[in-house]
Write a protein that binds this ligand. Structure first.
Ligand SMILES: Cc1cc2nc3c(=O)[nH]c(=O)nc-3n(C[C@H](O)[C@H](O)[C@H](O)COP(=O)(O)OP(=O)(O)OC[C@H]3O[C@@H](n4cnc5c(N)ncnc54)[C@H](O)[C@@H]3O)c2cc1C
Length: 411
C-alpha cells in the first residue's frame, strides 16, 4: 500500500458494491438466522445467498490473481470483510473457508495440485465450500506437541499410494459441507509417520466418511456451520500431500496469518455497528432529563474514546491485511497485533457502548448485545489470543535481533 489513506475510485466502488450486497442479502439473512433455533437449519439458510455471492464474483475475489482468481490487495479485503461483517460476520467466516484452506496450496502446492484444488472455487455458480480442518475437540493450541502426550490426534496411515485418515475435528466452518458428506475440499492437519502433515481431501474422498457428531449452537456467530465431526477411513491419494511430511506445522501457522489479520476487520465491523446504535441513542434520548444524554460529559467521553479506538483498529487492520497478503515481512507481526489488539479492543469498546445506553441495551431485541456476542468470539477464534496468538508474539519479541521498528519499515 502506498502511504495514502484516501480510497481509490475502485475501492470506493468496491465499498459501495459490498455494502449494497450486504444490505440486500446479508441483513435479511442475519434476521432469519436469529429467528431459527436449530443450528443446522440456521446454517443452511446461507446457501441461496452464498450462490448469489458466487454468481456476483465475490468467491473468485478471494482467490489471488496468480492462481486464476480476482483478489485485490489487503485493503480491498479489509473493506469487503468490514462491509459484510457489519451485517453478517458468520456468513463471511463461512464463505472465507478457501482463504485459509487454500493458503498452504498456494505456498507449496505443485502446479497440478494448484490447478486441481483451486478449480472448484473459480466457479461462477453453485456454492462450493472449503474447510481448514485444524482444530480438534481435545485441543488445538498445542497441536504440534509430540505424541503421546497430546498434540494433533488425527492420524493418516500410509496404505500403498494412499493415506487413510482417522480422527475427530471441530470448529472449522463447513466441516460437514452442506449435506453432511463433507465440503468440496478439506485441508486436514494430521499426523503421518513423518510428523505433522497437510493432506487435501476432495469431496469424492470424504463422501461417506464424515460422521457429524454434533452441530454446535454458537451464541454470536450463529449462522456459521460449526460442528464436531469424525473422519473415518478417509482414503486420500499420496498425491494430495502438500509439501513434505512434517512440514504441516509451519504451513498451518502460515495459513492463519492473513485470517488473523482479518479479525481486526471483523472487530471493526462489530464496533462500528455498535457505535452507530449507541451514538443514535445518546443524541436522541433524554432518559427523562432535560437534554439528550450526549450532553453529559461522561457519556460523550465514552463515545469519543470508543470512536478513537475504532479508527485505530481499522487503520491497523488495513495495514496488517495489506502486509499479510502482499508478502511484506512485517505481515506476521502486524497480523498478530490486528488479531489480538483488534479483538480485545472490540470487546472493551462494545462493553463501554452498552454502558452508554444503559439497561435498555440489556434486551435481546435491542441491537447492541448481539455485537458483544460477535466480539466475544474474536479473541478465541482464529487461534485464541491466550493459547496461540500471544505465544506467537512472545516468540517474535524474544527472538535474537528483534527490531521494534521493523514492522513499521522504519529501520
Ligand atoms: C466460528 C468459528 C470458526 C472457526 N474456524 C476455524 C477454522 O476454519 N479452522 C480451524 O481449525 N479452527 C477454527 N475454529 C477454532 C479456532 O481457530 C480456535 O481458536 C482454535 O481451535 C484454537 O483454540 P484454543 O487456542 O482455545 O485451543 P485449546 O487447545 O482448546 O486451548 C484452550 C485454552 O487453553 C489455554 N492454553 C492451552 N495451551 C496453552 C499454551 N501452550 N500456552 C498458554 N495457554 C494455553 C489457553 O487459555 C487456550 O485458550 C473456529 C472457531 C469458531 C468458533
Amino acid at each position: 500500500m502506498a502511504v495514502s489513506f484516501t480510497l481509490s475510485p475502485a475501492q470506493q466502488q468496491l465499498t459501495k458494491a459490498a455494502r449494497q450486497f450486504a444490505e440486500e442479502h446479508l441483513g435479511p439473512l442475519a434476521d432469519a438466522v436469529r429467528a431459527e433455533p436449530d443450528p443446522l437449519r440456521r446454517s443452511l439458510l446461507a446457501r441461496p445467498v452464498f450462490e448469489k455471492a458466487v454468481a456476483a464474483g465475490f468467491l473468485k475475489g478471494l482467490i489471488p490473481a496468480p492462481f486464476g482468481g480476482a483478489a485485490g490487495d489487503g485493503v480491498d479485503a479489509a473493506i469487503l470483510v468490514e462491509e459484510w461483517a457489519a451485517k453478517s460476520p458468520d456468513f463471511v467466516i463461512s464463505m472465507a473457508g478457501p482463504l485459509i484452506a487454500l493458503a498452504p496450496v498456494y505456498e507449496v502446492g505443485t502446479p497440478e495440485q494448484i490447478e486441481r484444488f483451486v478449480a472448484p472455487f473459480l466457479a461462477d455458480s453453485g456454492a462450493p465450500v472449503a474447510a481448514m480442518a485444524f482444530s480438534e475437540p481435545d485441543g488445538s493450541a498445542n497441536f504440534d506437541a509430540p505424541p503421546p502426550a497430546g498434540g494433533t490426534l488425527t492420524v493418516a496411515v500410509p496404505d500403498g499410494d494412499h493415506f487413510v485418515v482417522d480422527g475427530r475435528k471441530q470448529w472449522a466452518s463447513h466441516l460437514p459441507g452442506w449435506d453432511g458428506d463433507g465440503p468440496d475440499l478439506m485441508t486436514i492437519v494430521c499426523r503421518t509417520p513423518g510428523g505433522i502433515s497437510l493432506l487435501v481431501a476432495e469431496r469424492e474422498h470424504l463422501a461417506g466418511h464424515v460422521e457429524v457428531e454434533e452441530y454446535l449452537d454458537l451464541p454470536g456467530l450463529a449462522g456459521c456451520m460449526t460442528a464436531r465431526v469424525r473422519l473415518h477411513g478417509v482414503r486420500v491419494p499420496r498425491a494430495n500431500l502438500l509439501g513434505q511430511e512434517g512440514q504441516g506445522a509451519a504451513l498451518t501457522r502460515n495459513a492463519f496469518v492473513a485470517s488473523g489479520a482479518s479479525i481486526g476487520a471483523f472487530a471493526t465491523a462489530a464496533m462500528r455497528e455498535a457505535f452507530a446504535v449507541a451514538h443514535r441513542f445518546a443524541t436522541t434520548q433524554t432518559r427523562g432529563g432535560a437534554v439528550p444524554i450526549i450532553e453529559y460529559q461522561a457519556v460523550a467521553d465514552l463515545l469519543a474514546d470508543a470512536k478513537g479506538r475504532i479508527e485505530a483498529v481499522r487503520l491497523l487492520s488495513w495495514r496488517a491485511l495489506d502486509a499479510a497478503l502482499s508478502g511484506d515481512p512485517a505481515g506476521p507481526e502486524l497480523a498478530l497485533h490486528a488479531k489480538v489488539f483488534g479483538s480485545e479492543t472490540a470487546v472493551s469498546v462494545i462493553n463501554d457502548l452498552v454502558q452508554v445506553v444503559g439497561v435498555t441495551a440489556y434486551d435481546t431485541a435491542f441491537p447492541l448485545l448481539r455485537r458483544l456476542h460477535e466480539a466475544l468470539a474474536y479473541p478465541v477464534i482464529e487461534g485464541s489470543n491466550v493459547g496461540v496468538r500471544r505465544r506467537q508474539l512472545q516468540a517474535m519479541l524474544a527472538a535474537p535481533g528483534y527490531d521494534p521498528l521493523a514492522a513499521s519499515g522504519l529501520t
